[in-house]
Design a protein around this ligand. Structure first.
Ligand code: SF4
Length: 309
């Protein structure tokens, strides 16, 4: 994070303004965009469409985020993988890949990207908040994760990515601008070209930002982490998110559905003796009946450091 423009986070218009300011013809911007977004150039020397002298000059005045793979974990079955990536300033983040072989359809490869290192939301069941180095990721750093997922997917014998979920470290809607820009770049036909309908943004329930998302005019899906329909229990489990009432949150989900036509999913992680009683189920049913919101029940991961087993 040198303060220089990160080419991986710039769209075509921004690149065009940059190359023009350097006295270069506008077509150079499209060349850079294609090299960086479509072919995933990892260094300036990878941009073989550009003259040597221009590549060298770009390397002096711009950055190209390229997280380093520190650790790779691949499941025994080879259908899930997790990368620990180190960013230019030494901050470490995680990216996960889920792969699905399908007999009669194209294989699916879903990349789960982080939007922040750490998280300030303080959910009681989540280890991400324990991460000390907290900051927002840039659009380029988010795109770089998707590109790492694309490479890994092909390495593991699958095709390219078919979908992206913003469900890794961090609260995506607390880093709205970078998330929006990264989606536009990932969605671009001259980039990874992942359809907006195959991109899902998750939130713990930041209501004003859900309304802002509607203004994007993009067909992305929304997943809301609810985890309890009991206001007091939700406040204990997700203190920052519970700043907004359940009624406000459900109203925002309804508005999102009406505005975008995209169905909203409610994520509900089941924690033993915390939110898994019959009463919890009844409250959830009462809250969501008639809303057209899908419920996705998730088996919770143990977090011994937080007393979650
Ligand atoms: Fe963890 Fe998500 Fe809550 Fe942040 S918002 S603490 S990443 S569950």
């Amino acid at each position: 994070m040198s303060g220089q423009p990160d080419l991986r986070g710039l769209d075509l218009a921004q690149l065009t303004a940059l190359v023009k300011s350097l006295g270069q013809p506008a077509f150079r911007a499209r060349q850079i965009f294609r090299q960086v977004q479509k072919y995933g150039a990892r260094s300036f020397s990878d941009m073989t469409e550009l003259p040597f002298s221009f590549r060298d000059y770009l390397a002096e005045i711009a950055d190209l985020s390229n997280p380093e793979e520190v650790q790779r974990q691949v499941s025994a079955s080879g259908d899930t993988a997790k990368l620990l990536l180190e960013l230019a300033d030494g901050v470490r983040i995680e990216m996960a890949l889920m792969l699905y072989r399908r007999a009669k359809a194209r294989d699916r490869a879903t990349c789960c990207v982080s939007s922040q290192s750490g998280c300030a939301m303080g959910c009681c069941f989540c280890a991400t908040g324990l991460t000390k180095a907290f900051r927002n990721l840039t659009a380029g750093e988010i795109v770089a994760q998707a590109q790492a997922g694309e490479r890994l997917s092909r390495e593991l014998g699958f095709g390219g990515l078919t979908s992206i979920v913003y469900m890794g470290m961090g609260e995506p809607l607390a880093n709205l601008e970078a998330v929006h820009q990264s989606i536009r770049l990932i969605n671009d036909q001259e980039g990874l070209d992942i359809g907006a309908r195959r991109i899902t943004v998750s939130t713990a329930g930041l209501v004003p930002q859900i309304y802002e998302m509607m203004e994007w005019n993009l067909q992305v899906s929304l997943a809301v982490s609810l985890h309890s329909a009991d206001p007091e229990k939700r406040r204990q489990m997700m203190p920052a998110a519970a700043k907004y009432s359940l009624a406000e949150l459900i109203e925002a989900c309804r508005a999102f559905r009406a505005r975008t036509g995209r169905r909203v999913t409610c994520e509900y992680a089941l924690f033993h003796q915390l939110n898994d009683s019959l009463r919890d189920a009844e409250l959830l049913a009462n809250l969501l009946t008639g809303t057209d919101i899908l419920v996705n029940i998730i088996p919770a991961n143990p977090v011994p450091e937080l007393g979650i087993h």
